[in-house]
Design a binder for this molecule. Structure first.
Ligand SMILES: [Ca+2]
Ligand SMILES: [Ca+2]
Length: 371
């Protein structure tokens, strides 16, 4: 049944694929392209191994903060901290998340201070846990907080961009007082799990939390950062069954975040990939890495997809690889379209080639494209 359906979809969308097939998006056969792709894939592999190592050490995959519903997102974060740092006692409720968020902004009581950052206008701002997103969680869990600023001097308190967490296992998110930090603020901070190239750390949404871009910027243009989605976020985003399951909003940037519209206009929208999706919902949807995580990279064009200029909440989509189909929220996931140009060169942690390359191999093997 499933294979029959698959064949019908391939045949019915043939003209679409043929139209896009000759579209030039980049010379994907050039030696330079291949070596750059290999370099990015190697880094994705190292990030993947580090997230695996994090799970070994902490017992759970880092929370990606993907949930569209705020309360669910808060609870997931708190449960994760509780699992990863069992000696901590921050609690697991949404109210306790809000308390922690406020402590991060101000202080954690006596002998403590909060975290801040210098925004694009040159003003010091408190760091807001509510805006930590799926690009920033990769840096946060594998590296830690962005290094705070001295309020008088307006320079970072340590000569590095990532400040780690606190080594106090009962209070890993706290920050010591200025007196305790003294001349050696890194003394009680944790080390990176991943060696980030500091020149590629960005803060594209100006919220202080750092993102990590896969490529050195070319011609001054910023490249979209790596994004991280944990399976709890995407596997749980589909609810119900039969002919009308509901697919939640799932992607980066998150609808409703400050600067999300701006970011989607520049970089498009990063979303997790499905292995199988049937728009009639006759068969259950299958994600890649259904019990793991997906790292989505925008590829060498630095964009996840075509720019999103309209309503971001309607722009979410489910791409299906290697078949090369995309189902859009705007059509209630009913119609198959082709990948857009921006996502053809995208890379991820469960394939060793671009989406276009994987699709073309699939189509050649299916006899749709000539060998
Ligand atoms: Ca940021
Ligand atoms: Ca791309």
């Amino acid at each position: 049944m499933r294979s029959l359906f698959g064949l019908c979809v391939v045949l019915s969308t043939l003209p679409l694929i043929a139209d896009g097939f000759h579209a030039f998006f980049r010379d994907d056969r050039g030696a330079g392209f291949k070596s750059e792709v290999a370099e990015v894939l190697e880094e994705i592999k190292q990030l993947h191994l580090t997230v695996e190592a994090y799970r070994e050490k902490h017992g759970a995959f880092p929370a990606s903060m993907s949930e569209a519903d705020m309360e669910s997102r808060h609870i997931h974060f708190m449960r994760h901290v509780h699992a990863a740092y069992p000696d901590s006692n921050y609690g697991t409720t949404s109210e306790q998340f809000c308390k922690l968020r406020d402590q991060i902004k101000t202080n954690f009581g006596p002998n403590s201070q909060g975290y801040n950052y210098l925004n694009d206008s040159g003003d010091l701002q408190p760091l807001n846990l509510d805006t930590l997103d799926q690009a920033e969680t990769l840096v946060f869990w594998l590296g830690g907080f962005p290094t705070p600023y001295d309020p008088q001097l307006k320079v970072t308190v340590a000569n590095r961009r990532i400040f780690g967490l606190h080594r106090d296992r009962e209070a890993p998110l706290k920050r010591d007082s200025a007196r305790l930090e003294g001349t050696d603020p890194m003394r009680y901070r944790t080390e990176y799990l991943f060696q980030f190239d500091e020149t590629r750390l960005t803060d594209i949404d100006d919220d202080g939390w750092l993102e990590y871009s896969p490529l050195p910027t070319r011609s001054g243009e910023r490249s979209a950062p790596y994004t991280y989605f944990d399976a709890d976020g995407y596997a749980l985003s589909v609810s119900g069954s039969g002919s009308a399951p509901r697919i939640g909003i799932l992607g980066y940037p998150r609808h409703g975040d400050p600067h999300a519209a701006e970011s989607a206009k520049g970089f498009g929208l990063a979303v997790p990939l499905a292995r199988y999706f049937d728009p009639s919902f006759a068969g259950p949807m299958r994600w890649y890495e259904p019990e793991g995580f997906q790292i989505i990279c925008a590829g060498l064009d630095g964009k996840y997809s075509e720019p999103v200029t309209g309503d971001l909440s309607r722009a979410y989509r489910v791409p299906v690889s290697p078949r090369g189909h995309v189902f859009h929220r705007s059509t209630n996931y009913a119609e198959a379209a082709n990948y857009c140009d921006g996502e053809l060169d995208n890379l991820n942690n469960f394939s060793t080639e671009t989406l276009k390359s994987a699709r073309d191999t699939f189509l050649r093997n299916s006899g749709v494209l000539p060998p």
